[in-house]
Write a protein that binds this ligand. Structure first.
Ligand code: MV4
Length: 495
């Protein structure tokens, strides 16, 4: 039972919209971009075969307008919609409406999105599938005294989590029985206010865990494979900063066990498409299922680099109804890949969002370097969307080579006019805990302090002035400016 996709609408913007369209074009599929008023000249609009204006810049007036997107898709005779990540990608109702309109949703069935979108229903679904869960309450807790007794039995510290939460929202750590009641009351009211669903549950708090996730691919015929792990422990306030594959801590046996658990999670909800199963990994080697992300993830490129598989192409083939042409026993990890997320933020000022014009924007190149971005020199970093400028991905035959290549690529990257987190990435790459692989999800909290940043940035104004001088006077002006900035990244780039 296969259907051909001839025309694909990408319901997203920026780097991921481009990433998706590139694979579509390679497959001979026509692409349709949608865009907001802020994105009229954006690369994803220029790349697409057709493009339609959705509305004003705010996401709620544009990229989140599901019904409008569906009616445009019908008008333009689109066969399928790819939601990318964020926006409408994990909205079960949107997925259902797309399918009701006779259009293919490139992603899982709506009921799988719904089951995995709620932590309690996700845990309930995987329970009979031999998937390890953090010791905790059997479902929702409502009675405070009973919950407190359970917490004492589990042993403090425990975590109270909102079932509707995710990505770090709606969680509280409870250190002892004295503070349990007040924390639970707060957790319930916070969950009610934030998610319109006050259901909470209790889990043992796992100390110093790593965040390791497994990529899965499932077709609609019941075949499921995993594409190994991504190590995502280097994050700041639940925002990932650096990801890599494979993880230095997994032995072949652990990798196999986690992979099989992830495949079982996918089976438990009759999953279809590309998905990611998140685990926390305890020092010593125990691991527990946390949640499943029912979308293509930001960090998918590191998996593509080490497996040689184009995940977007796989998603499209699956959506067309083709059976997977991959067998688990044929899949191998080759080499090592690292991704640095480049954000328009000032790490020295508590990661304050930075806005402005990209006066200079030159990508690194060369062997083993991949840049996934959705901006060009001269464009504005707007306040309306995610502040991620680019994903810088390197590949090497070993982890050491991937790290060295990343450092080389960062030194080649030239971004001025807007502060970026490239300096913060350099701090991580130079840290012994990162280099040795001995780190966990507390890496940033434990080691980062703004004084640790190499103090090599010109202030914003002089960078802007330098860029203007450069534009006005040509490259000679740039050279003279550069030699002035004796501690600037600009300079260090050229020496
Ligand atoms: C935990 C945990 C420790 N014990 N659950 C954070 C995001 C959400 N997906 C679940 N999270 C955690 N759940 C128990 N029982 C620690 C975290 C956690 C974390 C997990 C993954 C990546 C980064 C993290 C940072 C802090 C806490």
């Amino acid at each position: 039972m296969s259907r051909t996709i001839e025309k694909l609408l990408v319901a997203n913007r920026g780097e991921i919209a481009l990433r998706i369209m590139r694979s579509a074009r390679e497959m001979g599929i026509k692409t349709v971009a949608i865009y907001s008023e802020a994105d009229r000249r954006a690369p994803h609009v220029m790349f697409a075969d057709e493009a339609v204006l959705l509305g004003p810049a705010p996401s709620s007036d544009s990229y989140l307008k599901g019904d409008k997107i569906i009616s445009l898709a019908i008008e333009l005779n689109v066969d399928a919609i790819h939601p990318g990540y964020g926006f409408l990608s994990e909205n079960a109702q949107f997925a259902q409406r797309v399918e009701d309109a006779g259009i293919i949703f490139i992603g899982p069935r709506p009921d799988a999105i719904e089951i995995m979108g709620d932590k309690l229903s996700a845990k309930a679904a995987v329970e009979e599938f031999d998937v390890p869960l953090v010791p905790g309450s059997d479902g929702e807790v409502t009675d405070i005294d009973a919950a407190k007794k359970l917490a004492e039995k589990i042993g403090f510290p425990v975590m109270i989590k909102a079932s509707a939460g995710g990505g770090g929202k709606g969680m509280r750590i409870v250190q002892n029985k004295e503070e349990f009641s007040s924390q639970m009351e707060r957790a319930v009211s916070e969950a009610t206010n934030s998610f319109g669903n006050g259901a909470v549950f209790v889990e043992k708090y796992v100390l110093d865990p790593r965040h390791i996730e497994i990529q899965v691919l499932a077709d609609e015929h019941g075949n499921v494979v995993h594409l190994f792990e991504r190590e995502c422990s280097i994050q700041r306030r639940h925002q990932k900063v650096i990801e890599e594959a494979p993880s230095v801590v997994l032995t072949d046996a652990l990798r196999k066990a986690m992979g099989e658990a992830a495949v079982n999670v996918a089976k438990s909800c009759n999953y279809r498409g590309a998905g990611t199963v998140e685990f926390i990994f305890e020092p010593g080697g125990k691991f527990y299922f946390l949640e499943m992300n029912t979308r293509l993830q930001v960090e998918h490129p590191v998996t593509e680099q080490i497996t040689g598989i184009d995940l977007v192409k796989a998603q499209i083939r699956i959506a067309e109804g083709h059976p997977l042409d991959l067998k688990q026993e044929d899949l191998r990890i080759q080499g090592h890949s690292i991704e640095v997320r480049v954000y328009a933020e000032n790490a020295a000022e508590n990661f304050m969002p930075a806005t402005g014009k990209l006066f200079e924007y030159k990508r690194p190149q060369g062997l083993g370097v991949r840049v996934d971005d959705g901006l060009e020199q001269g464009m504005d970093i707007s306040i309306y969307y995610d502040p991620m400028i680019a994903k810088l991905i390197t590949f090497g035959s070993s982890r050491d080579e991937a790290i060295a290549r990343m450092k080389r690529a960062i030194s080649e990257y030239r971004i001025s006019g807007v502060q970026t987190t490239l300096d913060f990435a350099s701090f991580v790459l130079d840290h012994n805990a990162f280099i040795s692989g001995d780190f966990d999800t507390h890496f940033v909290a434990k080691y980062f302090d703004k004084d640790a940043l190499s103090n090599d940035d010109l202030d914003l104004e002089s960078v802007g002035a330098a860029a203007v001088a450069n534009l006005l006077q040509g490259s000679k002006a740039q050279q003279s400016v550069v030699t002035h900035g004796k501690t600037s990244r600009w300079k260090s780039n050229r020496t």
